[in-house]
Design a binder for this molecule. Structure first.
Ligand SMILES: Nc1ncnc2c1ncn2[C@@H]1O[C@H](COP(=O)(O)OP(=O)(O)OP(=O)(O)O)[C@@H](O)[C@H]1O
Ligand SMILES: O=C(O)C1=C[C@@H](O)[C@@H](O)[C@H](O)C1
Ligand SMILES: [Mg+2]
Length: 179
């Protein structure tokens, strides 16, 4: 959350000259209500089902850059749907990440201590983020343009085991490359 998926994703798509879709925005468009409204009315589990359906549809049909929501890859069907795609993990620490979202309406942080909740979520999700990624960049390396340039550099180096930079079920995960 706050790593810059939406912001950097849009910049990256512009640099490459392809379309951009943010799945959080797409969920809100299809549902005709905001994500906080969905959480309030339906709960987190139903939100994840809606998110799963939107993300798998977008991944199957969209050619370009897709920004996922921060918790999307915790749904196994979403992680599986990333097979065959180039997947970028924007790596950020808990303090820097929380500083970017503090004061915004992120339902997953709606607790008495949102900074602690952010830290917990990041710790819970860190392995999954690394597991699905084929590329990792430092999301705090500079402004969104700088981070997008880092991603392009990684793509240019074709810095994955699989050869074409896309994710394969078992051979190109960041965890396995760096283990
Ligand atoms: N490289 C960057 N440097 C400084 N600020 C940034 C950078 N990237 C994004 N931001 C800012 O951080 C905030 C969060 O960014 P953004 O909404 O893109 O994150 P996100 O990863 O899409 O979050 P979420 O998981 O909630 O969808 C925004 O205010 C954005 O302008
Ligand atoms: O980290 C999360 O679980 C979330 C992040 C946002 O992108 C939204 O998808 C939603 O607020 C949930
Ligand atoms: Mg976003």
């Amino acid at each position: 959350m706050g790593a810059g998926k939406s912001t950097v994703g849009r910049v990256l798509a512009g640099l490459i000259g392809v379309d951009f879709i943010d799945t959080d925005t797409e969920i809100e468009r299809r549902e005709g209500r905001t994500i906080p409204e969905i959480f309030t009315a339906e709960g987190a589990a139903r939100f994840r089902e809606i998110e799963r359906d939107v993300v798998t549809d977008v991944l199957a049909t969209h050619r370009g850059v897709v920004a996922l929501g921060g918790g999307a890859v915790t749904t196994p069907a979403v992680a599986e749907a990333l097979d065959g795609h180039r997947v970028v993990h924007l790596r950020i620490g808990p303090e820097a990440g929380f500083a970017r979202v503090a004061g915004t309406d992120r339902p997953m942080l709606a607790t008495d201590d949102p900074a602690a909740r952010y830290r917990e979520l990041l710790a819970e999700r860190a392995e999954t983020y690394r597991d699905v990624a084929t590329i990792e960049v430092d999301a705090g390396a500079g402004d969104a343009e700088t981070v997008a340039d880092l991603i392009l550099a990684e793509i240019a180096q074709n810095n994955t085991v699989s050869g074409d930079g896309t994710r394969r079920p078992a051979d190109s995960r960041v965890n396995e490359r760096t283990a």
